[in-house]
Design a binder for this molecule. Structure first.
Ligand code: PAF
Length: 281
């Protein structure tokens, strides 16, 4: 797999691909790859002629007290996995080129940047949208894919593409889970096996909501209380939010309607974990 570090080197290759009329698929990542990322590569491949993965631990989406410094950087393993998946190109820009001293713009979502994860991570989604816009402008993909675990991120990226008339088709990757139900995440590397087992209570709490919805419960407070009880059995988990929303992220009143999405964020020690589950009719 070819590794490209600069925007100009990438642009030269991208121009050749355009001359050949090749459609380009894009899988943006921050590295520390796992099966969830690899499933995104598998899903995008049949739709395009060339696949680009980016690896860039974006400083702008981490808060001052978050894990930017210790975020797992596992380039040798990442490269081997992408080679095995026959990704065509890995783009690894430098922070110096992406954020030069005169860098002064930002993309924001006016409706949903400050709710759910945004309430606990001020500025996070501005950082995400800004880097995704920059990556899109360099990579110029026809199709890009994002995982549904970061459900809010996915909705905000779809909104950005729609609002700015960006000619990019966005695919959505299903969540890949461990056998315990724990959603795969780069941050799971921070957890011991015992902690991973405890963390799987997040998924179990979401499935508890789904079970009750299947039994025709629609009262939001009742559904959330049941889920909350499942999580509270694991005293190591400290919930940041547990919510039910429309798939557009719009809140419900006292009663939910379907389709809905249950979303949770919790901390296990200093490790922040998120999960979600879509609930259909
Ligand atoms: O989901 C991620 O890994 C990151 O938020 C993304 C989309 C690559 C932007 O840095």
């Amino acid at each position: 797999v070819d590794i490209v570090h600069t925007i100009s080197d990438f642009a030269a290759i991208r121009q050749d691909w355009a001359k050949n009329g090749w459609r380009v698929g894009f899988v943006p990542t921050m590295g520390a790859l796992h099966q969830g990322h690899l499933s995104l590569v598998d899903q995008i491949k049949p739709n395009v002629d060339r696949v680009v993965t980016s690896i860039f631990v974006n400083p702008k989406q981490f808060g001052p007290n978050e894990d930017f410094g210790k975020y797992p950087r596992t380039f040798a393993e990442d490269k081997a996995m992408l080679e095995e998946k026959k990704v065509d190109l890995v783009f690894m820009p430098s922070a110096e080129e992406f954020y030069p001293p005169d860098f002064s713009s930002s993309i924001t979502n006016l409706k949903y940047s400050t709710v759910l994860c945004g309430a606990f991570r001020p500025g996070h989604f501005d950082g995400v949208l800004t880097v995704v816009m920059k990556l899109f402008n360099v990579v110029k993909p026809d199709v890009a894919i994002f995982g549904k675990k970061d459900f809010q991120q996915l909705q905000l990226i779809k909104a950005m593409v729609r609002d700015f008339f960006m000619d990019i088709r966005i695919l959505e990757g299903p969540i890949v889970r461990e056998s315990s139900g724990l959603a795969m995440s780069s941050r799971n590397r921070y957890l011991t096996e015992a902690q991973k087992e405890e963390a799987s209570a997040l998924y179990k709490s979401l499935t508890e909501i789904k079970k009750r919805v299947a039994k025709s419960v629609r009262r939001k407070s009742e559904l959330l209380a049941a889920a909350s009880e499942v999580i509270s059995e694991q005293r190591s988990l400290s919930v940041e939010y547990l919510e039910l929303r429309k798939p557009t992220l719009e809140p419900f009143g006292d009663e939910i309607q379907l389709p809905a999405v249950a979303l949770v964020a919790a901390k296990l020690g200093s490790v922040r974990l998120i999960d979600c589950l879509e609930i259909h009719e």
